[in-house]
Write a protein that binds this ligand. Structure first.
Ligand SMILES: *[C@@H]1O[C@H](CO)[C@@H](O)[C@H](O)[C@H]1NC(C)=O
Ligand SMILES: *[C@@H]1O[C@H](CO)[C@@H](O)[C@H](O)[C@H]1NC(C)=O
Ligand SMILES: *[C@@H]1O[C@H](CO)[C@@H](O)[C@H](O)[C@H]1NC(C)=O
Ligand SMILES: *[C@@H]1O[C@H](CO)[C@@H](O)[C@H](O)[C@H]1NC(C)=O
Ligand SMILES: *[C@@H]1O[C@H](CO)[C@@H](O)[C@H](O)[C@H]1NC(C)=O
Ligand SMILES: *[C@@H]1O[C@H](CO)[C@@H](O)[C@H](O)[C@H]1NC(C)=O
Ligand SMILES: *[C@@H]1O[C@H](CO)[C@@H](O)[C@H](O)[C@H]1NC(C)=O
Length: 381
């Protein structure tokens, strides 16, 4: 299916937009590989090229460590607010088209078009209900050469990604300041299993947390576990005790070295409730976030959030009895019954959101109608 769809597309791209054929990447001057083209390496190593079956040196930072950003180019992460990233299938479709080989190919009638001139399969989804999410991770080191895979912690997830060029990532309010020289970040994405091959995406960039109000460091990140409901794989119920809570590493999957995920081609690890990556800011990633954090297992007791340790906008409700979620453009505030414990699945189901894995759509959750409407409205322009 994938091959048959890609062939006419490739022909089309060849005739009309030679540089467009590809997938999707985080694109910003702070990134490693900003000016890398299909000709820079002996193989196509554009930032949008997927990575799989590669040795560590080739997949880590997309092998772009020799193409660092210019000094001073950092991607700002305002604590407690949102950072807007641009995700596109070519630099020409972003605000940074000036240094793109093909110039400006942005869609004049739809600024959110991820891949002008290409059908949706180009960014690996069959439709809005088929999105699997993407993530931003951070390492509190300023020298990229010192960053190891285990140093990254996912701090923000957008479960409805990749869908719009401008994609918001909520930044936890308690992110501590970066070292002098800033931090190192990376964008991670794994496609929906019915919309492409076993492909990973990783784009590294320099970042900096601004407006910090806390100095509590991030906890050591752990590998996320597949704990949500997974009806496609005959698992109808989520298993909350089996989830990894707190700081989690990104997925390193389907390469030849240093993988931390070993799922098969048709059950890829994904950045949503299936792996307890809740939508938005990951507010429970700090050293003081939990007062009790048992090792996860199907029979493990639930962890307990430390009171006062999370910011008041935390989805997990730590230190607060309220969680705020946005649904259809309206803010809703809901009361969580267990202030010091991880809220029950029902409590986390406010505003159309479901707990780990929920019971909604096939992998992860089904979006509330109003959420779908909101994105469709944006998409239409
Ligand atoms: C990318 O290319 C543009 C245009 O040539 C140049 O101004 C910019 O400095 C380059 N950026 C990097 C990081 O090499
Ligand atoms: C919580 O959200 C409100 C608006 O939604 C924002 O003004 C405030 O800064 C946030 N607080 C924290 C600690 O993130
Ligand atoms: C631009 O976006 C509109 C609305 O989504 C779409 O109908 C049109 O085909 C797009 N144009 C190109 C060149 O992709
Ligand atoms: C994901 O990005 C979209 C598009 O920018 C945005 O509307 C949505 O609020 C973001 N979701 C979260 C949880 O930040
Ligand atoms: C990072 O942001 C902080 C707070 O705004 C600022 O003091 C610092 O100079 C920034 N670091 C870099 C490398 O720009
Ligand atoms: C628990 O998590 C592990 C690791 O991701 C996974 O292999 C296993 O299927 C999960 N078991 C249950 C019952 O959720
Ligand atoms: C949350 O509610 C409990 C009892 O319902 C109360 O004792 C506690 O002070 C509340 N916590 C906050 C942060 O409002």
């Amino acid at each position: 299916m994938y091959t048959t769809l890609r062939l006419p597309l490739a022909l089309f791209a060849l005739h009309v937009l030679p540089q467009v054929s590809g997938h999707a990447a985080f694109i910003h001057p702070s990134m490693f590989g900003f000016n890398v083209t299909a000709q820079t390496y002996s193989y196509d190593n554009r930032p949008v090229a997927p990575i799989k079956n590669m040795p560590f040196s080739q997949w880590w930072f997309h092998n772009h460590l020799d193409h660092p950003p210019n000094p001073g180019d950092l991607f700002d992460l305002p604590a407690g607010e949102s950072a807007t990233a641009e995700i596109a299938c070519t630099k020409g479709a972003t605000s940074f088209f000036a240094s793109a080989e093909g110039g400006d190919i942005r869609n004049a009638s739809n600024p959110n078009d991820v891949c002008p001139g290409s059908p949706m399969i180009e960014y690996h989804t069959q439709g809005f209900n088929d999105l699997e999410g993407c993530a931003l991770a951070i390492a509190y080191k300023s020298d990229v050469g010192e960053v190891e895979p285990e140093d990254f912690t996912v701090f923000s997830v957008n479960q409805t990604c990749v869908w719009t060029r401008f994609t918001d990532f909520r930044v936890p309010g308690r992110m501590p300041p970066c070292p002098e020289g800033g931090c190192i970040c990376a964008f991670f994405w794994i496609h929906a299993p019915d919309a492409g091959g076993e492909e990973n995406y990783m784009n590294g960039f320099k970042c900096n947390v601004t407006g910090s109000t806390s100095t509590v460091p991030l906890a050591t990140s752990k590998v996320a576990r597949r704990c949500g409901a997974d009806p496609a794989n005959q698992k109808t119920q989520s298993v909350p005790g089996n989830c990894t809570y707190g700081a989690k590493t990104p997925f390193y999957w389907f390469n030849n070295e240093r993988n931390n995920m070993f799922e098969g081609a048709f059950s890829p690890p994904v950045y949503n409730d299936l792996y307890n990556f809740l939508d938005g800011a990951q507010n429970d990633i700090f050293q003081d976030s939990y007062s009790f954090l048992p090792d996860p297992s199907p029979t493990a007791p639930m962890p307990v959030l430390a009171s006062g340790s999370s910011n008041s906008n935390s989805t997990l409700g730590g230190g607060s009895n309220s969680t705020t979620t946005t649904s259809g453009g309206k803010k809703k505030t809901c009361t969580v019954k267990q202030p010091s414990a991880v809220p029950s699945l029902a409590a986390r189901g406010v505003g159309g959101y479901e707990g780990p894995g929920g019971v909604g759509r096939r992998r992860g959750r089904r979006l509330h109608y109003s959420e779908r409407r909101r994105v469709w409205d944006m998409w239409r322009f």
